[in-house]
Design a protein around this ligand. Structure first.
Ligand SMILES: NC(=O)c1ccc[n+]([C@@H]2O[C@H](COP(=O)([O-])OP(=O)(O)OC[C@H]3O[C@@H](n4cnc5c(N)ncnc54)[C@H](O)[C@@H]3O)[C@@H](O)[C@H]2O)c1
Ligand SMILES: [Zn+2]
Ligand SMILES: [Zn+2]
Length: 401
């Protein structure tokens, strides 16, 4: 089969590789109809993880079941399915409690398995024509419709960024009426803003510097904040203080709640610093959220922070050690939640919300490309909404044409 192979930092190559085969009775082989490129793939692409040349990336995958092992009972050849990026067994101590992001049996090295990702186990990724899916009965989410239909670009978001963005709103305790600030208007930030509205948020501010991405979040009804035009925390505080209805409803003391209750970091450790955008500052967003989120509020760190980063800005960053404004966070009694999203907790219901027309995550897709265009797609997407990559908000590859 053909697959996109990582051959070194900022190098992807289309190669002919052996087809995957059924290795365990519970496996299925999927013919991939869509495979997206995730912001997380960029960390590997840029040499910011332990990913080694020869790897096939791709953890946002959907397709049609081509073959199943003898032990597979619920999934049939010909089924259209979405795969969660987490590879999980469904039976271990963590899986049975819903923490499929920390499955104890699928990754020998640590809790949590995943397709085509550094340190997430031996699984090949789906930026390829075929994908082997372990524990197929548990992992395959059945989809209605037929490949290439009007839902294809919506459903491909079910593997990762949609449930991930949704999970961020759970982490940040978004409920009806909430005030929410999302840092990052990439795919995860966009899905977090969309999910915040689904959960009834009253105000959603989204911070980034990419005008194209900010325009897309504005179409959802969010307030776009460009951090190159000034301190985004000050900008949000100012907007809220100028809001007559908010101002008129404050009783004495409540001016201390001038920020937001829910904060989401959809950027992670490769955050662009301020004032110098050429300077990476891994803690930039956490510092901003510590200033912006009010006492009693909640923060979801859905953007990743790894414990090893070969390209880290200094010795501490290379080991995943960061200096946090813990005092400010502690004094305000802010809850912080971190980690990978447990996709299976949400994907069936989010699929149904798509089918009912409540969610249209596919609107963020800017490019549908053939697998051979993968190397160029990575080159553009890694510019994260700037320069020649300005228009590349989300790329979906079509490995089988
Ligand atoms: N926890 C999980 O399960 C999970 C799942 C998927 C992705 N992720 C992570 O989420 C993060 C975002 O993913 P994505 O696909 O949207 O990536 P992306 O790289 O396309 O988007 C990141 C965006 O953040 C913006 N940004 C950079 N510095 C900023 C700053 N200081 N303030 C505000 N915005 C800033 C960039 O301009 C960019 O648009 C990545 O770290 C990714 O690895 C986590
Ligand atoms: Zn991802
Ligand atoms: Zn498990």
């Amino acid at each position: 089969m053909k697959a996109l192979v990582f051959t070194g930092i900022r190098r992807m190559e289309l190669q002919e590789v052996p087809d995957p085969v059924v290795e365990q009775d519970g496996d299925a082989i999927i013919r991939v109809t869509s495979a997206a490129i995730c912001g997380s793939d960029l960390h590997m692409y840029e040499g910011r993880t332990s990913a080694q040349p020869g790897m096939i990336f791709g953890h946002e995958v959907m397709g049609v079941v081509e073959k199943v092992g003898n032990g597979v009972q619920l999934v049939k050849v010909g089924d259209r399915v979405s795969l969660p990026f987490n590879v999980s067994c469904g039976a271990c101590f963590n899986c049975v409690r819903g923490f499929v992001n920390a499955c104890l049996t699928t990754n020998p090295a640590s809790p949590g398995g995943g397709y085509g990702y550094a340190d997430l186990g031996p699984y090949r990724g789906g930026q390829a024509q075929l994908l082997r899916v372990p524990f197929a009965d548990f992992n395959c989410l059945k989809l209605p419709g037929t490949p290439g239909d009007r839902w294809e670009e919506d459903f491909i978001m079910l593997s990762d960024v949609l449930p991930t963005g949704y999970h961020a709103t759970i982490m940040a305790d978004v409920i009806p009426g909430s005030s929410v600030a999302v840092f990052g208007a990439g795919p995860v930030g966009y899905m977090a803003a969309m999910s915040a509205f689904l959960r009834g948020a009253a105000e959603v501010y989204v911070v980034d510097r990419s005008e194209v991405r900010l325009r897309k979040v504005a179409e959802l009804g969010a307030v776009p904040i460009n951090f190159t035009e000034g301190d985004p925390v000050e900008a949000i505080l100012k907007l809220r203080s100028e809001n007559k209805a908010i101002r008129e409803s404050l009783r004495p003391g409540e001016e201390k709640m001038a920020g937001v209750l829910c904060g989401i970091d959809a950027v992670g450790y490769q955050a662009i610093g301020r004032p110098d955008p050429n300077q990476e500052r891994p803690v930039q967003v956490i510092e901003d959220l510590a200033r912006l989120v009010d006492a009693t509020g909640s923060i979801g760190l859905i953007g990743v922070y790894f414990k090893g980063d070969p390209g880290g800005v200094d010795q501490n960053a290379r080991q995943g050690h960061f200096t946090l404004p813990l005092g400010a966070l502690w004094e305000k009694g802010i809850k912080i939640e971190t980690g990978q999203a447990p996709v299976k907790r949400y994907n069936a219901l989010l699929r149904d919300a798509i089918v009912q027309g409540q969610l249209m995550p596919g609107k963020f897709v800017s490019h549908k490309l053939r697998l051979e265009n993968g190397p160029e797609a990575y080159e553009k997407f890694v510019q994260r909404g700037t320069g020649e990559g300005a228009e590349y908000t989300k790329i979906v590859l079509k490995p089988n044409g």
